[in-house]
Design a protein around this ligand. Structure first.
Ligand SMILES: Nc1ccn([C@@H]2O[C@H](COP(=O)(O)O)[C@@H](O)[C@H]2O)c(=O)n1
Ligand SMILES: C[C@@]1(CO)OP(=O)(O)OP(=O)(O)OC[C@H]1O
Length: 173
């Protein structure tokens, strides 16, 4: 993540644009302020080749992993101009198609988003709805959690966002 003036795109998480008031951003490199360890307010954006949707990318990678397939970066190469600024929904659609083709459906999925700020509690229902829709499942099988990194390392300093996904696939009858 970085100030939106640098990222040139907003923070998109599980298909939701995370609109928010300026957050206190700690730049330990001094890249933006010229002064290391300066805290200053900024609207955050996501630096990525695509729209950088960390939740969608992590779910796609988990599906590929469960099917013992190559990872998302091998399937959607991050130098390919087709994915520049791409809406990551299409990666989810593709992963669902692959899952179907292999004869599997979602068992359940538990997403843990690690993001210091902004707070995302109000966005969780929309995130969940999008995942349910794209994986062709129901709301009893999808969980979205969030937590901070308690100020520690690049995630705690708002320069990064992390996502852990635990997912099961079930062979279709
Ligand atoms: N970006 C975030 C991070 C966390 N939350 C919610 O805040 C609660 C407390 O999180 P801690 O890491 O401080 O324990 C928890 O319920 C998270 O869901 C959030 O909304 N946005
Ligand atoms: C899907 C891709 C495509 O460029 O998205 P990126 O925005 O580069 O994001 P990342 O999750 O770092 O790597 C996966 C890429 O394959």
């Amino acid at each position: 993540m970085s100030p939106i003036e640098t990222s040139l795109q907003p923070l998109i998480i599980a298909g939701i644009e995370i609109t928010h008031p300026p957050q206190k951003y700690l730049d330990t490199t001094g890249q933006y302020t010229g002064t290391p360890n300066t805290i200053y307010p900024t609207i955050l954006g996501c630096e990525a080749h695509s729209d950088g949707d960390v939740v969608y990318h992590s779910i796609v990678d988990s599906i590929f992993g469960a099917l013992t397939l190559p990872d998302i970066g091998q399937v959607f190469v991050d130098t390919d101009p087709r994915w520049k600024g791409a809406n990551s929904e299409q990666f989810m659609v593709y992963a669902k198609e692959v899952m179907d083709r292999y004869g599997y459906e979602l068992g359940n999925v538990d997403v843990t988003l690690i993001l210091e700020r902004p707070k995302v509690a109000g966005f969780k229902p929309g995130m969940k709805d999008n995942i349910v829709r794209l994986l062709g499942t129901n709301e009893g099988r999808v969980n979205v959690k969030a937590r901070t990194h308690e100020g520690v390392d690049s995630t705690g300093q708002l320069r990064a966002v992390e996502c852990h996904v635990v997912l099961t696939l079930v062979l279709k009858a």
